[in-house]
Design a protein around this ligand. Structure first.
Ligand code: 3AM
Length: 195
């Protein structure tokens, strides 16, 4: 159920992302298995829930979905499908005390252009621009305590994981995210073709 935001209106948590092919999911699962520990303060994203986030919108009114979709449709216009490369494992903000473990996505002109278009079109529709630079990545895990992070940072540093997978981005998605103690559930609201 969408959240009631008062006055009879309801909100949903939304973000924009690129889906990953099964072949890459399998590889991400291997990375996860090679790094995973039983630490309770590390929360691993289930492989099917991993995606390349382009823009986080936060709570939007359900009535705004059409307006957002219009902006995203315009953002996609003129951008053809392109190839992305998933490579390397890294962390934010540093190996001593990582909060996020990720697989990197090599920056490409098309990806940067698409992300900029999305940011700008949504700004024209009244949403805030991202104030942080765009670092394309696939989040594998989030760390809740510094202690757990240190251990995992060491594993990342010592691991010899070799990930280098090309995949095609031929559409992107407006997702709805529902948070729960078991982790986030994502559902597709709209798809936007790149053609
Ligand atoms: O998959 P990643 O980690 O790249 O981190 C969240 C996730 O991206 C991000 O939105 C995506 C879907 O949940 N996210 C969540 N809260 C956020 C916030 N307050 C956020 N990004 C920016 N600001």
């Amino acid at each position: 159920m969408p959240k009631d935001t008062g006055g009879g209106r309801s909100a949903i948590r939304a973000f924009v992302a690129i889906n990953l092919p099964d072949e890459l999911m399998v590889k991400l699962k291997e990375v996860r298995d090679s790094l995973a520990s039983s630490q309770k303060d590390v929360s691993w994203v289930r492989p099917g829930g991993i995606h390349l986030t382009l823009k986080f919108l936060g709570d939007i009114e359900t009535e705004e979905v059409d307006k957002v979709a219009e902006a995203l449709f315009l953002a996609a216009t003129g951008i053809k499908a392109f190839t992305l490369k998933a490579e390397g494992v890294g962390v934010f903000p540093n190996l001593k005390s990582p909060r996020v473990i990720w697989v990197g996505i090599r920056e490409s002109p098309e990806l940067i252009r698409l992300q900029k278009n999305i940011d700008e079109r949504l700004f024209e529709s009244g949403f805030e621009k991202d104030d942080r630079p765009f670092h394309p990545h696939l989040t594998l895990a989030r760390v809740k305590t510094p202690g757990a992070g240190r251990e995992l940072g060491k594993r990342v540093e010592e691991s010899k994981i070799d990930i280098d997978v090309d995949f095609k981005a031929d559409y992107f998605v407006l997702f709805r995210s529902v948070l729960s103690p078991k982790g986030a559930e994502y559902t597709e609201l709209r798809r936007f073709d790149l053609k």
